[in-house]
Write a protein that binds this ligand. Sequence first.
Ligand code: FES
Length: 284
Amino acid sequence: MPAEDDKYPASTGRRRFVKGVVGSATLAGVGTAAAAGIDSATGPTGGGGGIIDFRGVENTKGPAPRGMPQIPLEVDDEGYLKGVWPEPETRVLDNGTEVVEAKMELGGVTYTTEWFQYCGIQTAEGVRPDADQDNYFRYISNSKYDWQNSEVEGDQKVHVDDFADYGSWGNGIGADGLGKPAQAKWRSEDVSSAETLPVQLIRSERIEEMAENNEWIAASTAEGFIANLNKCTHFCCVPTFKALPDSSSAGAEDRIYCQCHQSVYDPFSIVEESFAALPIPEGE
Ligand code: FES
C-alpha cells in the first residue's frame, strides 16, 4: 500500500477540480518530508509514486514484468460506461504546502490513481487526481475492430447497448462468444494524443461469472464489462484483445496480445501485484 508520505505537492495552477480539503493533523510528521521532496527508500522525490499494490489483468507470457492495471468501472443511469475515479482531496500540511491525493476503498481493495503512474502516463493530464475530466469512456477512431469502426463514431461515449451481442460476438480470431471488445480512451478530453489514456474494454459472460464470487471483481466490473489501462508494462505499446490473427502464434488469440515483443495478458485472470509507480512531475 502507498505510505502516507507518498503524496505529492499540488500544482495549484492546474488544479480545477478539488473536491475536499482536510486538515494537516493526519499528515503531521510525514507530510513535511513529502513536501520537502525527502522520502523513504521506496518513494521518489516530488510527485508521489513509490511501491503501489494494484489489481490488474495477469501477464502470462512474454517479457512484460507484470499485468496491466484494471480501471474499475460503472454504468450510469442512461447506460453509458464510465471509469471510477476517487474523489480528490487536498490536504494542507503544517508548513502550508498543499498535497492532493485520490484514493478509495472499493471491493475490499485500496484503489488509488497511482495505479496508472507508469510508462509516461504519469505526465498525462488525466492522471492528475484533480484533472477536470468526466470519467466516461469514449471510443477511439480507427480502432482495430471492424464492428467499432462501422457502428460507432470516435469520441462517442461507450454505451451498453453497443455490446448487446456480446454473448455470441466473434471476428474469426479465437473463439466466438468469449467477449466483445472495444478500444476506448479515458480522462483524455482536450489533451494531446501523447496524453491520451488508452483503454481495452471487454464485455464477457466470463466476467459476469467471475463477479459472482469475488468482491473486488464484483465492485470493479459491471454488466460483464471489464477495463484495463492499455499500456503494455514492457515498453508501453498498446496491445489488443482479439484483434490480430497472428496472435495465435503466441497462443494469444483469446487473450490481450502485445505484438511489439509478444507479451500476453489474460483478462480473465485478475491478480494482485506491486510496482514502483513513477512520480507526477512537480509543477506540471
Ligand atoms: S511486449 Fe514489449 S512493449 Fe509490449
